[in-house]
Each structure stands twice: as structure tokens, then as C-alpha cells.
Design a binder for this molecule. Structure first.
Ligand SMILES: Nc1ncnc2c1ncn2[C@@H]1O[C@H](COP(=O)(O)OP(=O)(O)OP(=O)(O)O)[C@@H](O)[C@H]1O
Length: 349
């Protein structure tokens, strides 16, 4: 059974529609990341799930129970949800132990103590029970926040940019640790970020949001190899678009030569664009081949230890491409572009 289902959810802030007929499913014990550009509606989606706003349309189910539709609304405290929001800080005047115990009012003292001890062990903060939040590092505070959110055994955890205030140096260690904590706790989670790196490190599946809708949901590999729209491709990759003519189910003609796809596609249109990522591009010196293809221009270079990475202008778009070992190009040099065979993403125009 799915832990969370959103069906056709819409929401307006005054006159502005922010969520548009949004569908989302989160499986049992799954961590789904809502990823998308600033303002696309990620936080609003979390608020709708939490019951912090009442949606104007659609249905929300948590653990099979209807919590919101046009005629019914279950309040946040009865949705069995744990929250870890960016601005949902710890209580500064309470110790770590009392912060964690905050939501456990239905338990007696001994039960509370036992649960707090379990949570402190889980988040590796044994020995910090009597400290106050200001006596902890940012990462430790977030561990307490997750311990507090999980202490009363919610069926769903909502996390809104929980790592954005953490130093980059320790951020990915913390992400790995909080992922371990969530997996150990067997809870489903919806995580909001606008960082692709965080999303890949933290979640099982990604749901790419665009203008108040889920554009596509799937594993990072699925979304990378088969983006369903230009928005998804563009959001995930640092690629460029090349105009392309369909020659066969696996071959495309571009201004930079023939491009072959590993996978055959059925095309309804003859013309469109292919989305090409840096690792699919090879730079070739103009002196070696004298091909009848358009040239690209080397804009700048930087050395990364093993090779040079060149910023190249291809079809009026800038892209960073790593050269092969031993290759070097000059600034403003015209180079030939070879597109290596790959699983082509073709979008009709
Ligand atoms: N209380 C509000 N009143 C009016 N408009 C709002 C309110 N809160 C958010 N919005 C607008 O709704 C849209 C979606 O906001 P939301 O915070 O859900 O986006 P987001 O994807 O989480 O953005 P970010 O990544 O910047 O946090 C934005 O255009 C925002 O300006």
C-alpha cells in the first residue's frame, strides 16, 4: 500500500494558482524528493500534505486514510506526520531530551525516557541529552530535529530543505546519516530541495516539479535516460539542445553530424531537438578531420588535474566538456563536435 497519494490537488494563494492538478505517490518506506526551480510549489505541496493549508481541489490519502478533499479536512496533529522544516527550529529553552520528548505527551515518564534514549542512540547523540540547542553544531541540531520528528513514530516524514544551513563540508555526511536514520525507522518521507546533489544522495525516487505539477517521477537513472519533457531534461542535465532531423528509428541528422541512438524510438514528427549532455560530446581538432559540419568555439578552459575542461559554444549555447587526456585547444579555436552514440532524448518541435 502507498503511504501517500495526492490526486488532482490544486491550490491558490489569493488569485494565483500555485498547485495545478498535482498527482504524487509515495510508496511504503520510500523517500521521494520533490525537486524543482524556486517558486514551482514544492513547499506548498508539503504544506498541503501536512494540512497546514486547505487545498481547493483534489484528494490526499495518508496510509490509505483520506485526510483532505473538497468536503473533509483532517487537521495536522491528526495526520501522524513528522516534520523537519527549515524554519521549524528546536525549542531553545528546552534540553535535547525535552525537545525530543515534546510530542510524547501520551506516554508516562518511564516510556518517555526509554523512547528519548532510543532516539538519542539512533541519532548518535548519547551524552548530549542535557545540552541546550545553542550548545550543539548545526548538524547536531538537525539530528535532534529528526529525532524529535521521529520520536512519536509518524507514518510519514516531511523534510523541507533541512540541510540548507549546514556547511557543505559536513552536509553530505549528515545527509547520509539522516537517510540511514529514516531507513532504520521504516518511515516514508517526502523531501524538498532545489539541490540535485542533495536529491540524488538522499532519495529513492525523484519527482520533478514544474509550475505546480509533477512533470515526471522515477529513479534518477530513469529520469536521466528517459526524460518525458524538455523541462525534466533541462533541469537534470547541464546539456544543450541541437536541432535534429529524424533519419531512422535510431539515427538523427544534426548540424554537428550524424547522431546514433542505442534505443530505437517511434517518431511521429520528422523534426525536433535532441538534448545532449557533456559526457556525450567529444571535441576533435579541426586539423585532423575536415568534415562538413558546423564548428564550435572554445571559449575558455580550466585544468582539473587529469585533463582540461573546456567551455565551448555550440549552437549558441555554452557547455563544459572534458577533453581527452593529452588534448589541448586554444581560446577561440574552432573545433569539430562529435556526438557519441547514446540513448538519444528527442523532443518534437
Ligand atoms: N503565503 C503566500 N502568499 C502568496 N503567495 C505565496 C505564499 N507562499 C508562497 N507563495 C507563492 O507561491 C509560489 C510557490 O511557492 P513555494 O514556496 O511553494 O515554492 P518552492 O518551490 O518551495 O520555492 P523555493 O524553492 O524558493 O522555496 C511562489 O510563487 C510563491 O511566491
Amino acid at each position: 500500500m502507498s503511504s501517500l497519494i495526492l490526486q488532482g490537488v490544486s491550490y491558490h494563494y489569493n488569485d494565483t494558482q500555485v498547485l495545478h492538478d498535482l498527482d504524487l505517490t509515495v510508496g511504503k518506506d520510500e523517500i521521494v524528493c520533490l525537486l524543482g526551480a524556486s517558486g514551482c510549489g514544492k513547499t506548498t505541496t508539503l504544506k498541503a500534505i501536512a494540512g497546514l493549508i486547505e487545498t481547493s481541489q483534489g484528494r490526499i490519502f495518508i496510509d490509505g486514510k483520506l485526510v483532505s478533499d473538497e468536503s473533509s479536512f483532517i487537521s495536522p496533529e491528526h495526520r501522524n506526520i513528522g516534520m523537519m522544516f527549515q524554519d521549524y527550529a528546536l525549542f531553545p529553552h528546552l534540553t535535547v531530551a525535552n525537545n525530543i520528548a515534546f510530542g510524547l505527551s501520551s506516554m508516562d515518564k518511564a516510556q518517555k525516557q526509554q523512547r528519548v534514549d532510543e532516539m538519542l542512540k539512533l541519532v548518535h547523540l548519547i551524552g548530549c541529552a542535557d545540552r541546550f540547542p545553542h550548545q550543539l553544531s548545526g548538524g547536531q541540531q538537525q539530528r535532534v530535529a529528526i529525532a524529535r520528528a521521529l520520536a512519536y513514530r509518524p507514518s510519514l516524514l516531511l523534510l523541507d530543505e533541512p540541510f540548507s544551513n549546514i556547511d557543505t563540508q559536513v552536509r553530505f555526511e549528515l545527509i547520509a546519516d539522516i537517510r540511514r536514520i529514516i531507513k532504520t525507522s521504516q518511515v516514508s518521507a517526502v523531501f524538498v530541495t532545489h539541490s540535485k546533489e542533495e536529491a540524488f544522495a538522499f532519495s529513492d525516487t525523484l519527482a520533478i516539479m514544474h509550475r505546480g505539477k509533477i512533470a515526471q517521477q522515477g529513479s534518477p537513472e530513469q529520469l536521466f535516460s528517459m526524460p518525458s519533457s524538455k523541462e525534466v531534461a533541462q533541469f537534470l542535465g547541464q546539456g544543450i539542445y541541437l536541432s535534429a532531423e529524424v533519419l531512422t528509428a535510431t539515427e538523427y541528422s544534426t548540424p554537428f553530424g550524424l547522431v546514433k541512438s542505442y534505443i530505437a524510438h517511434e517518431h511521429t514528427a520528422k523534426a525536433g531537438e535532441i538534448y545532449v549532455r557533456p559526457h556525450q560530446i567529444e571535441l576533435v581538432s579541426d586539423n585532423i578531420h575536415n568534415e562538413q559540419s558546423e564548428r564550435a568555439t572554445i571559449l575558455s578552459s580550466r585544468f582539473i588535474g587529469s585533463a582540461y575542461v573546456y567551455t565551448v559554444v555550440i549552437a549558441e549555447q555554452e557547455i563544459e566538456v572534458a577533453a581527452q587526456y593529452g588534448q589541448s585547444f586554444d581560446k577561440n579555436e574552432q573545433v569539430i563536435i562529435k556526438i557519441k552514440p547514446h540513448t538519444v532524448n528527442f523532443f518534437e518541435s
